[in-house]
Design a protein around this ligand. Structure first.
Ligand SMILES: NC(=O)c1ccc[n+]([C@@H]2O[C@H](COP(=O)([O-])OP(=O)(O)OC[C@H]3O[C@@H](n4cnc5c(N)ncnc54)[C@H](OP(=O)(O)O)[C@@H]3O)[C@@H](O)[C@H]2O)c1
Length: 253
């Protein structure tokens, strides 16, 4: 018997051929990387973001079907965007928004309610609008995190939202079926958002993560994008939370 090893040659049809993917927050970071990957898998992209310049640059890179520049935290503009969506779409990913850090005890009630509302309402509003805009078998994908699973000073609001999002996702998966609903929970991802939050500490943080994370490297937007596209393509997945944090939640990093 020959001991020669036949190399696997894995060739597959593009996984999202002919599908339409909306990325709310698609002009940078995880959203743009997902748009790139979905395009490579044959999808057509509709991108949103606040800055028209960033959006235009991203749109020409992925040859997007269309773009819409608006603040996704503005309910009226979000509703208008969904009214204007031309046809049913296959998938919607929500990467707009940013985390809230600060002690709950330092806020007055109105501020605390606003902070909680801001983090939740985008997901709920997108779900309400998406109910009759996403094709059966398509998915909504929300972005959450693993970093605030462990209570810590300044994480009161973010921890609460982090704990609630998997429950919201699972319930919406039942209510919106046969549209699927899934949640990606990331740890540190090396994006512009992380750079802006860390400032001069960015390089230290990267070194610390390389040393401490079980994967011994920093998680990149492409890691999250690969997961997002898999969730879009795999029609068995709904109601679940997928961690992509390189094991960060298991080490004090
Ligand atoms: N990076 C991480 O370590 C990490 C970890 C866990 C979870 N997450 C979450 O993952 C999501 C994406 O993070 P990222 O690091 O990719 O962020 P990013 O690099 O800042 O990209 C965010 C994208 O969303 C758009 N955007 C932000 N706020 C918006 C709004 N109110 N309305 C419309 N578009 C908006 C941005 O464009 P404009 O600024 O032009 O609007 C940009 O295209 C965020 O929700 C973040 O909280 C990130």
């Amino acid at each position: 018997m020959s001991s020669a090893i036949t190399p696997y040659r894995i060739q597959h049809e593009p996984q999202l051929l002919g599908q339409t993917v909306v990325v709310i927050g698609g002009s940078a970071g995880i959203g743009l990387e997902t748009a790139r990957r979905a395009t490579a898998e044959g999808a057509k992209l509709i991108l949103t973001g606040r800055s028209p310049e960033h959006l235009q640059r991203a749109a020409s890179e992925v040859d997007a079907l269309s773009t819409a520049a608006f603040d996704a935290a503005d309910s009226a503009q979000l509703a208008q965007f969904f009214r204007d969506l031309p046809t049913p779409v296959d998938h919607i990913m929500v990467t707009a928004g940013r985390p809230y850090y600060g002690r709950l005890i330092d806020l007055d009630f109105a501020q605390a309610r606003r902070a909680l509302e801001e983090l939740f309402s985008l997901f709920i509003e997108v779900a309400l609008h998406a109910a009759d805009k996403v094709k059966a078998g398509g998915t909504l994908i929300f972005m959450g995190g693993t970093g605030a699973r462990r209570p810590a000073m300044g994480l009161g609001i973010l921890s609460t939202v982090t704990a609630a999002l998997p429950a919201l996702t699972a319930n919406l998966a039942l209510e919106l079926a046969p549209v699927r609903v899934n949640l990606i929970a990331a740890g540190f991802v090396d994006t512009q958002l992380s750079a802006s939050l860390l400032g001069d500490e960015l390089e230290n943080r990267r070194s610390q993560l390389r040393a401490k994370l079980p994967i011994r490297r920093v998680v990149q937007p492409a890691d999250v994008a690969a997961l997002a596209v898999h969730i879009m393509a795999n029609t068995a997945l709904t109601g679940a939370t997928y961690d992509v944090d390189g094991g960060q939640q298991f080490v004090a990093a």
